[in-house]
Write a protein that binds this ligand. Structure first.
Ligand SMILES: *Cc1c(COP(=O)(O)O)cnc(C)c1O
Length: 364
């Protein structure tokens, strides 16, 4: 018998969440952001020909040409965006061959495109996303240098359509896009071109950012980009369920402890369930006592330190629980964001960190 942990992936939930995107941003086209192996959900599974997940997506955004090549091999013929653009000049050849849209965020990347000129004009010019640094100071041209970058690209016979883009650092805050939007308008003044600005948080909280193309990531998977607004508030459905079973039950007498470091000590007699899930499965080791978990559909709490292969939960609210009882680590009963918050991180990280050893089952 195999170890009972599994991750279930519901592709219909992604299709549903894309419909939420559509209803929120009805006039924008949609890049489905599938970097990090579709936020841990399995890129191939999501884009498979029999998958309903991306029927409403106009394009897919990823990070590298190898992934883009896999998408094309799998039959994806709609647009593909490289969110960080080309890392070296041979990526440009791949981008052209695969018909990719490339982000240009740095003068080095413009130089690569200009250098390709000596090889002669391309059969199909590149589509470019010209990125502005609107305050995050990660990628992009300063607003004061943006027009110059645009003019250089426009002058190149290698370049076709140019879309103006930026990424927000604080779109999860009520006033988090105000200053970046002013910066963006300053840098883009006088440039007539399509625009793509919004990640999930901006899409949900700041309709003024929707523009021509939105770029939702985490919301497609049914997790929230906000610290205090749960995914359910937006009608999003979790696409991943991490579940396992109890493989042992212990009865702790008052004063007895459980797990490494005896981090939890019983102050009364309690039953503790041992779950086949540990940090080597992607569950956060830093999760404290009290982190939510569901046993037989009833919410209860982690007690004691998470081990490599096991964790322990309080069975007080579930007196009928026994070896073999079902446990949901995250999913519809326990939002991944609630586990993340308890562990001091975000749902994004937990989804992406699902360990390769966890068997994944595609449920629809
Ligand atoms: C990851 C990413 C997104 C998606 O962000 P979410 O917060 O997951 O919606 C959008 N745009 C860019 C440039 C990204 O890198």
């Amino acid at each position: 018998m195999s170890r009972p942990i599994q991750a279930l992936i519901a592709r219909s939930a992604i299709a549903h969440n894309l419909a939420v995107v559509r209803s929120r941003a009805p006039t924008s086209r949609v890049w489905a952001v599938l970097k990090a192996d579709a936020y841990g959900h399995g890129l191939e599974r999501i884009v498979a020909p029999d998958s309903p997940a991306l029927a409403l997506a106009d394009g897919i955004a990823v990070l590298d040409t190898e992934t883009a090549a896999r998408l094309r091999d799998g039959g994806w013929s709609r647009p593909i965006l490289l969110l960080e653009g080309c890392f070296e000049s041979r990526d440009l050849d791949a981008a052209r061959a695969l018909g990719l849209t490339v982000t240009v965020h740095h003068a080095e990347q413009i130089a690569m495109i200009e250098a390709a000129r000596s090889a002669g004009p391309p059969s199909a010019p590149l589509s470019v996303y010209l990125k502005m640094n609107s305050g995050m100071n990660r990628l992009g041209f300063d607003p004061s240098r943006y027009r110059e970058a645009w003019l250089r690209l426009r002058a190149s016979d290698q370049v076709g359509a140019i879309t103006l883009t930026t990424h927000f650092a604080n779109a999860d805050r009520p006033d988090g896009v105000d200053q970046p939007m002013r910066e963006f308008e300053r840098g883009a003044v006088g440039i007539e071109a399509p625009r793509s600005l919004a990640n999930s948080a901006a899409l949900l909280a700041h309709p003024s950012t929707h523009a021509d193309w939105v770029r939702p990531g985490v919301m497609l998977y049914g997790a929230t980009p906000f610290a205090t607004r749960p995914a359910a508030e937006f009608g999003l459905r979790p696409a991943m369920t991490l579940r396992s079973r109890l493989i042992a039950v212990q009865v702790l007498q008052p004063g007895a402890s459980t797990g490494y470091g005896y981090r939890y000590t019983a102050d009364r007699e309690i039953r503790v369930g041992v779950v086949a899930c540990g940090y080597a499965d992607g569950y956060p080791r830093v999760a404290p006592n009290g982190t939510p978990v569901a046993v037989d559909g009833i919410r209860t709490a982690l007690v004691g330190r998470v081990s490599m292969d096991m964790l322990t939960v309080d069975l007080t609210p579930v007196p009928g629980a026994a070896v073999g009882s079902g446990v949901e680590l995250w999913g519809a009963q326990v939002a991944v964001d609630d586990v993340a918050q308890a562990a001091g991180t975000v749902g994004y990280e937990l989804l992406c960190a699902l360990a390769p050893r966890v068997p994944v089952v595609t449920v629809d």
